[in-house]
Write a protein that binds this ligand. Sequence first.
Ligand code: ADP
Ligand code: ZN
Length: 747
Amino acid sequence: MIARVTLEVSIRKEFDYAIPEGLAGHVEVGTRVKVPFGPRIVTGLVTALVEASPHTNLRSIDSIVGVPGVVTPRVLDLARWIAAYYCCPVEVALKSVLPDSVRKENARWKERLHVSYLPPKGDLPKLSPRQRDVLHVVEEMRELPLQELLRLASTTPDTVRKLEDKGLLRIAPQVEDRDPYAHEEIIPTQPLALNAEQAEALDAIRAGLARAAPGAGDPPPKPFLLHGVTGSGKTEVYLQAIDDALGRGMGAIVLVPEISLTPQTVERFKARFGHGPRATSVAVLHSHLSSGERHDEWHKIRQGRARIVIGARSAVFAPVDKLGLVVVDEEHEHSYKQEEAPRYHARDVAVVRAAREGAVVVLGSATPSVESYWNARHGKYRLLEIKARATDHKLPVVRVVDLRLDSRRAEKGTPGVFSAALKEAIVQRLERREQTILFLNRRGYSTSLQCPHCGFVAGCPNCSVSLTFHRASMRLLCHVCGHAEAAPSACPKPECGHAGIRYAGLGTERVEETLSRVFPKARIARMDRDTLHRKEDYRRILGDFRSGRIDILVGTQMIAKGLHFPNVTLVGVLHADLSLHVPDFRSGERTFQLLTQVSGRAGRGDVEGEVFVQSFTPFHPAIQFSRRHDYQGFYEAEVETREALKYPPFSRIALLTLRGRNEDKVRLSAEYLRKELDRRVGAWPGIVIAGPAPAPLLKAESFFRHQLMVRCKAMSRLALALAQLEAEATLPEDVRLVIDVDPVSLM
Ligand code: ADP
Ligand code: ZN
């Protein structure tokens, strides 16, 4: 038998190795192995077992790494699909499929010494009073960690050892799960009685699960798109659908965007499935786990001890056996796209994986992506709708404030942080002891430093953006590359040196400062990347807000989604235009989604909510449709534009970015690639090639970037051609080509 192996050193090839006698029968597809490669020993993965090889003089596999078969043939299959569709080597795709800690085996199970009680055979030997006390504790607890026993019985390891010598207890190492949520106290919940719309959605999903069940042999056809307004009880539908899947012996994966993976979200799942006849562990996978925690969660799933997985993007690869259901919550979120190779979109991978494993997939959102909604309208997905909030709470009233009028009224011609109307609304909330959320998607104090005398603007030396002033640290920061420098007190231009330097534009830090000046008695907290220093900060601030120790919470998009605080009756969006000015065909869609999500934080309790949206372009469709909670209206208008411009869903996009330190070389390489593209795919029907052109963010982290955009009807054939182009193109050594299929950002 011969093993075909892909190597981690990224080469688009597979190599054949002989299986030595000592390893015969232990090497399977999916086993990780160490093999000789040139003068080195490298790690790889067995992708196939074959009878014969076209090569002679095969070298032998050196050894097996870790648990055999960590990659199931199914997952391997999925990695191959990702490699082909997203134009990357299989080895690179496999890196995402397996967490690093599992792949590299650098994290192991954590073992602790446990003490367990052994019933005495015959008469109890003579014991000192102290030994008797210790034994009592062990007898009572049956089994407990040694450290805990020492604490409970105020004793020493020596005493415990003596009891072991007498055969009364056993001390042995035991594997312990590192549970990142171990200190949470979770109150069990029961299924809620569903309203008619929820029940209809659940029934449809259940019917799908019945067909997905082992032995049914009739795989569900289509993905579901669950479109339900914020607070419509989509999560309750997921919970009951998962329960149904468990009842049929199947497991489930729930994907949520990283920022929605709050303790609050995880708790809802643990609270439902921690008890009862279908009790199972809920594994949690996200990027903030330690590698040890990640290792344990992964194996808990692999061993079937956790049948439910909740996690961010990469959880789509969780090794759930008999996968019955995949939920992708907030399916429109861009964080589902990985921004480094493999550049996969977890929602789309979920759809592909579910189809291959005969599982049901449910995409949920209050603001579905235009692409998904289009799929639902055109019969590719099945649409399920929940139009009303689950409780009697109405959607909030949204008022759009025209900042142009407000700024004309303002004294110095610059608008304040909040309009008079919003200020009045905040005062009311403070008086009524209700809570307020203020949203501004820009951290820092002010967006730019400008000299009014010579016009100098402080820019980043590595990127084509201006630096943001952070007042707490008195520094200028680049939000692209992290470059930091001390903030000057006078114009740094030697020929100018003007002392009256100006800080323009608004950031969350300045909002917080202004608030505490205007409302000196209010308790104010800010949540953005600058205030979250430790893992615990996020939890602590939200905890304080929940328990009413904070009146006003200011924050970036971190606070825009998923949070459920019944006492929040006012939401203010300070500058709704920010996301509209991004040079991207999806900027309207992004703005609509963000405004809808943010507004959804208001009025989730007994008091009706109110939202103020401040804008310089108050009549923009994204703002007006979200004000009326009119998703359909927005969709119809948006689709019309997309069709006229041949953007998705009317095409698929591949974005080719060339990057390098020398701008001329980058530009010339881009021109050369254009010619190659014309020659290879230019004649295909329906293909549109645009560029080359400088990227909207021309320079980032010292690299210049030029782009080409290819649009076409179907991606698979184009992806193949692009992979070939990448392999064959002769680019200067210091110019790199990055291919992004289905990009979510055009920057
Ligand atoms: P979504 O996920 O759609 O934003 P949630 O699942 O968070 O909505 O539900 C919003 C609130 O409504 C939650 O507090 C939830 O417990 C409650 N809820 C959901 N379904 C029901 C129901 N059928 N009856 C009563 N309350 C419900
Ligand atoms: Zn920079």
